[in-house]
Design a protein around this ligand. Sequence first.
Ligand code: PMP
Length: 412
Amino acid sequence: MEVLSKENIDIEKIRAQFPILQKSINGKPLVYFDSGATSQKPIQVIDAINAYYKNQNSNIHRGVHTLSSEITVAYENARTTIQKYINAKRAHEIIFTSGTTDSINLVAHSFGKKYITAGDEIIISAMEHHSNILPWQLLCEEKNAVLKIIPVSESGELLLDEYKKLLNAKTKLVAATHVSNTLGTINPVKKIIEMAHQFNAAVLIDGAQAIPHTKVDVQNIDADFYCFSGHKAYGPTGVGILYGKEKWLNEMPPYKVGGGTIKTVSFSKTVYADLPLKFEAGTPHIAGGIGLAAAINYINAIGIENINSHEHEILTYATERLLSINGLKIIGNAKNKAGVISFVVNDLHPLDIGTILDKYGIAVRTGHHCTQPLMEHYCVPGTVRVSLAVYNTKEEIDSLIEALNKAIKMLQ
Ligand code: PMP
C-alpha cells in the first residue's frame, strides 16, 4: 500500500472542520487525546445527521410514500458505502448494529447457539477489550465449552507460537482484536486467520480501533466476521457494523427478532427475511447509518493512508518526547503500532495525572481501559492513555509534555 506523505493533508483545514476543537476547557484550548474512547465529529457528519432530521425524517423499508422511499435508498446507500470501505463482497454481508459490543454479542449468541457444543474450544487473546471477552466467557459457561487465551509478550505482541499450540480440531472460533485499545499493537490478523482456518475454525476480528486508522480489506484478510463502531471513526454513537461472510450469516439463526426481520408471520410458523434484514430487528438508528456513511466519506476524502501516515508521525514524536520524562514507562512497545500510547509514571496514580492534565485542557483516558486482564499481566492498576486521531498535532504533544511535567512535580 502506498503511504502518502503528510504534505498531502492540511491539518489546520481539517481541524477547522471539527467544531468542538474550537472549545476551551478550564480556560485552555481543548487538546483531545481520547479518540480511542470516541473520536470527535467533523461538520460533514453533524450536517448529515441534521439534514436527516430536518428534511428526510421517516421510517425505512416500510413505506410507499416519498420520504420513506428516499430514506430507504439513502440507508441502503450507506450500507454500500461501508461495504466498499472494507471491501466486502456483498452489501448484505454488512449488518447494522448498535456498535462493536452489539456485533460481538450477535455472533456469540447466534453462532454460539448453532455451532458451539460441550467440549468445543474458543480462543481469544490476552489483550482483548472486555467486549471481546465477556460474550465468549458467558457462551463457554452456558455450553460447557473451553475458553483459551493467546498470551502476550512483554512488549505487547501476541505470541503466535503459543497460539499455534492452542489450535486443534476442537477449536470452533477465534476472536482477536485488530488493534489493541490499550497497547496500540496492530495484530497480524491475516496470519491469525490463516492459522485458524487450517483447523476450520471461524475468526472474528474486533476492528473497533482499526477502522479509523488503517486500511481494512475483509476479503484480503479472509475474516469470517469483522466488527466496528461508528463513533470511533468520526461517526455517531449508537451505530456499528457486523461484517459476516454470507455463508455464516445465512446459516446462523436470528439473534434479536421482531419487526423487519421476517417474510411472513403466523402463530404456527414464521419465515425469516433474507440477509441483511434477518439480523436487523426493529427500527434501526437511521440517522446513525446516514452519519456513519458521511464519516466514511469523510475518511475517504482525506485518504486513510494519509490519516495513517499523519498519525504515525505524531505517534513517533509523542513516543520520543514522553520517553524523555524521568520515570515514565510506556506499556506496549510493539513494532507495529497504531496511535495509542499507554504509560505509567513511577508509582503515581494514573487518575491523579489525568485529573491534573484536565486542568490544562488536556483530555486523556485513565484506568484499565476495559482490559483488566492486561493490567494484571503488566502488574499496573491502570495507565494514562493518549490516543490519536487525524486532527492531533505536534504542538498538542508539546502542551501534553509541559502539563505532564507540571503534574509530576505537583504529585511527587
Ligand atoms: N473493542 C475495542 C478494541 C474497543 O476499543 C472498544 C471501545 N473502547 C470496544 C471493543 C467496544 O466498543 P463499543 O463500546 O463502541 O461497543
